[in-house]
Design a protein around this ligand. Sequence first.
Ligand SMILES: [Zn+2]
Length: 214
Amino acid sequence: MSKKEILRLMAGFRKFRDKYFANEHPLYTRLSTGSGQSPKTLIIGCSDSRVDPAIITSASPGELFIVRNVANLVPPFEKKVGVHGVTAAIEFAVVNLAVENIIVLGHRQCGGIRALMMNQSLKPNGFVEQWVRIAQSAKDRVMAKYGGSDEDTLCRHGELESIVTSLDNLKTFPFVESAMRERGLSVMGIYFDLEQGTLLEYDEDRKEFKNIEL
Ligand SMILES: [Zn+2]
């Protein structure tokens, strides 16, 4: 990143500081004292620079607990406690913060899903290739149904279907399952179509994505 770019980011921080620290009752006074943060929603989103959950939902600081990774994937629950960043974030949000909602937020033009669907390794045998295999079952379902389709169609269906795989994986987490059962934690899949500027929601009963009317 060029120095000019860093200066631009620092100017952005100045605007942020003026908004959240300089008023009569600064938001960060509330967020940094007493009980601290109490976000209601955990979002599992992609690292892609175009799909920042806080920006696309116009959320304020303190509203969203976010974990982002390549292709917004949730790995299956691993019984053996290890160094699992995504699992640690989900555990903290559900057990410690007691969030009320979990959203898996997928998106159009996902590079991670494209790598999975088209076998386009950014780096052969690299970390991305290994990571996106979490959604291999989603790819298998798409290929079985849309196998002869063009690249864009396969990728779009891969992006949608991988959200379903992540939702299924989420429910294998014991603390997610018990929070859903005992205190009504809601788990939902949403897809941001960045070409159309629309959101789609996964309908568990009908097993399909439908447009969210806004
Ligand atoms: Zn992505």
